[in-house]
Ligand binder design. Structure first.
Ligand code: PEP
Ligand code: MN
Length: 443
């Protein structure tokens, strides 16, 4: 791949890019980013492709989750720790409950740019907030001015988060003997939290049993750490291009800002800049697929993003809405499947189920669950593998999504509504969903 080819996207229509006021400043940031070390390395990216290939074959399950929008202010040790704990809890529920290996991919360490439905926010008349990598959420003209320097800050914020995540993944925190400690006090008394405690005790008992049988648990590395991969939406093309690097040993090209990059629903145009740049990098890719996508369009995307049919290269993340998934998903799956594409099918039950309640964006847990159920029904009927879920969650006790075991109601939304963008499942709701998905996987 030549540099000219890698830069072909520059001549194509690029949706959702900020109106950077100062092109000189943008060029300087781009140059600086291009000199900085990559955040992840190529061998890790290839390992994720292998793991996802197992998902595509039906031998594993993909759990992808994290914030809708990370913020610099919330990039703290405790919040990162709690998000990782929530993902580890969900993963162990799925692994233990369904006896299936779980590939863990966090929306973290780089999820700093957001596509928006309008350039100007109706409620304030100000430019829309486009994520901390672009502007500030505060409702003033000054805060909302796109500042390319924020991409550098996003890079550094991602680096510090990754540093901690890597330590959590290997430094004892993720050891299976800590399975009880991942359960947070505020969840322990909920139905899902209690169910988790019972399961954690069972796991401990199973470990003691294996040790008593003479199995050397100490020397089984998978019991003492986890493989946790990072991902974000590849939205800001200047940022993604600056972190795209050629591996000297192989000549392969990867976007080393994260292990997996995904293309959003609003930027997946076949002739657009996002699809062009992503088609030229070697990372595993995700692509969101909404209810308006036709089967032909999705097949064309799969042909474009994975022309060589590499298993694990492409994850199609369907986000149809609970009311539509059973109608629109089958034709898409049949089309892509009969063309022989080894894709991972993942279900994002969040983005098709957003509602507005008196100006507050929310989602109901019942709709989230129903979309996942519909996803499983469709794949079971067609004989394809319901390969994973993609959700927005936090490690905090927020009140952003309605329903769930704690029965969060409309009047509760104002209590702890903290998201910078879309409403996230709180830890209890995320755990509850994991138990329900584990049951679906068992059937
Ligand atoms: C998101 O994942 O936060 C998002 C904007 O999703 P989509 O592109 O599916 O709307
Ligand atoms: Mn979102």
């Amino acid at each position: 791949m030549t540099v000219e080819e890698l830069d072909a996207w520059r001549a194509l229509p690029a949706k959702q890019q900020p109106n950077w006021p100062d092109q000189g400043e943008l060029a300087a940031v781009r140059d600086r980013l291009a000199t900085l070390p990559p955040l992840v390395v190529a061998p890790e990216v290839r390992i994720l492709t292998e793991r996802l290939a197992a998902v595509a074959r039906g031998e594993a399950f993909l759990l992808q989750g994290g914030d809708c929008a990370e913020t610099f202010a919330a990039n703290t040790a405790n919040k990162i720790r709690d998000k990782v704990k929530t993902l580890l809890q969900m993963a162990i529920v799925l692994t233990y409950g369904a006896s299936v290996p779980v590939v863990k991919v966090a929306r973290i360490a780089g999820q700093y740019a957001k596509p928006r439905s309008a350039d100007i926010e109706a409620s304030t008349g100000l430019p829309s907030y486009r994520g901390d990598a672009v502007n500030d959420i505060a409702a003033t003209a000054r805060a909302r001015r796109p500042d390319p320097g924020r991409m550098l800050e996003a890079y550094h914020a991602s680096a510090v988060a990754l540093n901690l995540i890597r330590a959590f993944a290997t430094g004892g925190f993720s050891d299976l003997s800590k399975v009880h400690e991942w359960n947070k006090a505020f969840v322990r008394d909920s139905a899902a939290g209690r169910r988790y405690e019972v399961m954690a005790t069972d796991i401990e008992r199973a470990l003691s049993f294996m040790a008593a049988c003479g199995i050397d648990l100490e020397r089984t590395p998978t019991l003492h750490g986890v493989e946790l991969f990072t991902s974000h939406e590849a939205l800001l093309l200047d940022y993604e291009r600056a972190l795209t690097r050629k591996e000297d040993a192989t000549g392969s090209i990867y976007d080393l800002s994260a292990h997996l990059l995904w293309i959003g629903e609003r930027t997946r145009d076949l002739d657009g800049a996002h699809v062009d740049l992503m088609s030229r990098i070697g990372n595993p890719l995700g692509c969101k697929v909404g209810p308006k996508a036709s089967p032909d369009e999705v097949l064309a995307l799969a042909d474009r993003l994975n022309p060589d049919h590499v298993p694990g290269r492409l994850t199609l993340i369907t986000r149809m809405g609970a009311g539509r998934i059973r109608d629109v998903l089958p034709a898409i799956v049949e089309k892509v499947n009969s063309a022989g594409h080894p894709v991972v099918w993942s279900c994002d039950p969040m983005h098709g189920n957003t509602r507005d309640i008196n100006g507050v964006k929310t989602r109901h847990f019942d709709d989230v669950l129903d979309e996942v159920l519909g996803f499983f029904e469709v794949h079971r009927q067609l004989g394809t593998h319901p390969g994973g879920i993609h959700i927005e969650l936090t490690g905090d006790n927020v009140t952003e999504c309605l329903g769930g075991g704690e029965r969060i109601g409309e009047a509760d939304l104002a209590g702890r509504y903290e998201t910078a963008c879309d409403p996230r499942l709180n830890t209890g709701q995320a755990l509850e969903l994991a138990f329900l998905v584990a049951e679906m996987l068992q059937q």
